[in-house]
Write a protein that binds this ligand. Structure first.
Ligand SMILES: Cc1cc2nc3c(=O)[nH]c(=O)nc-3n(C[C@H](O)[C@H](O)[C@H](O)COP(=O)(O)OP(=O)(O)OC[C@H]3O[C@@H](n4cnc5c(N)ncnc54)[C@H](O)[C@@H]3O)c2cc1C
Length: 323
């Protein structure tokens, strides 16, 4: 039985379908019709995107979220700095192609170019231009940006031919910067070594335009987009017992069944084994690796004038530093 599902805080739409059947039935797969057509695990950006798609269908579905809030790694903190501050994702990359950027406008939220990116100038020229080699400065920061532009250009050029790894595409004369570039472009950006990344795929992900920030906060924006999506908080899924026709999920509060399950928990969660799969998932899953990204943030008010020399001058928002 799944008695605790009586406390499901679902919206009107899901209450019509899923709640009633989930509460009233023993929820063991195979014995009866599944409680839901689809269960989504995780109310982060991916889970909410999946929920929005399902809202447009007639499917009976719900999102099971382990924590007490939605957004996952998109989390806008409004308390610490008294203004919206994204503690996780803040930049909307590739804005001209981003579906999130389009949804932002449709939902009345405002985007603005990332001021730090606008500052990426090398001798007065846009630091993201491809042909900056002749302008390389002796200044360390400029050198870094210029070399990064050269790496991007080399990867883009390699992508036009037979696909090779990004590691092979990098310019040969990076000197002392090689290790830094290999890290920044590889594990830092994509959680994988450049030798494992395809130049063709990398080339389409390079930001040619400044990323956009959201005045409301990316986390708050994701929350807005979740309107109408039925989310059950405090529902960590610990086991997915899956078969051809349905799956049974164990949560902290009982079990629930569905015809299909969409798992959006992070690779770190999957690798930790916090969600067990019965039977185990096929081999590739075992190879999942993950990294850790943390930021430390300052607001203007928290810093002395001397410290501010090291912060971006255009700081109109709390400034995150990568740890
Ligand atoms: C500090 C930081 C800065 C970043 N900056 C950017 C950026 O500027 N731009 C950008 O595009 N990306 C950025 N990212 C990456 C971006 O945040 C993530 O790619 C994105 O938020 C992932 O969304 P997701 O829905 O896939 O996963 P998540 O956000 O991790 O959501 C997964 C959800 O599943 C829930 N969950 C986990 N386990 C269970 C379980 N067992 N049962 C039920 N629920 C469970 C979690 O609580 C969480 O809510 C950043 C990430 C970090 C950490």
């Amino acid at each position: 039985m799944a008695p605790a599902l009586k406390t499901f805080k679902l919206t009107r739409r899901s209450a019509i379908g899923g709640l009633v059947s989930a509460v009233s039935c023993p929820a063991f797969a195979g014995r009866r019709e599944p409680d839901f057509d689809v269960l989504i695990i995780g109310a982060g950006a991916a889970g909410i995107a999946a929920g929005r798609r399902l809202l447009a269908s007639n499917k009976k579905f719900a999102v099971l979220e382990a924590s007490d809030r939605m957004g996952g790694r998109c989390f806008t903190d409004t308390a610490t700095f008294n203004l919206p501050y994204d503690r996780g994702a803040c930049s909307i990359h590739l804005p001209s192609q981003s579906s999130l950027a389009k949804l932002t406008a449709q939902n009345g939220a405002q985007l603005y170019p990332d001021p730090e990116r606008q500052q990426f100038k090398v001798r007065g020229r846009n630091g993201l231009e491809k042909d900056l080699e002749e302008h390389r400065s002796k200044l360390e920061l400029e050198e870094f940006y210029a070399d990064r532009v050269r790496c991007y250009a080399a990867i883009t050029q390699a992508a036009g031919k037979d696909d090779i790894s990004c590691a092979k595409a990098l310019p040969a004369d990076l000197g002392d910067w090689r290790r830094t570039m290999e890290f920044v472009l590889g594990p830092y950006r994509f959680g994988a070594e450049l030798s494992e990344l395809s130049a063709k795929e990398y080339a389409v992900s390079i930001d040619r335009d400044a990323a956009r920030l959201c005045r409301l906060g990316v986390g708050a924006l994701i929350g807005k987009l979740a309107l109408g999506v039925p989310i059950k908080f405090f529902s960590p899924v610990t086991l997915i017992d899956w078969g051809e026709r349905s799956a049974t999920l164990a949560t902290g509060e009982g079990v629930v069944t569905a015809r299909a399950v969409i798992v959006t928990a992070s690779t770190a969660v999957l690798a930790s084994g916090k969600i067990r799969f019965r039977p185990n998932l096929p081999g590739a899953y075992a190879a999942i690796r993950s990294g850790l990204l943390q930021t430390l943030s300052f607001s203007k008010g928290c810093t002395t004038p001397k410290q501010r020399r090291f912060l971006p001058t255009c700081m109109e928002r709390p400034c995150p530093f990568l740890l």
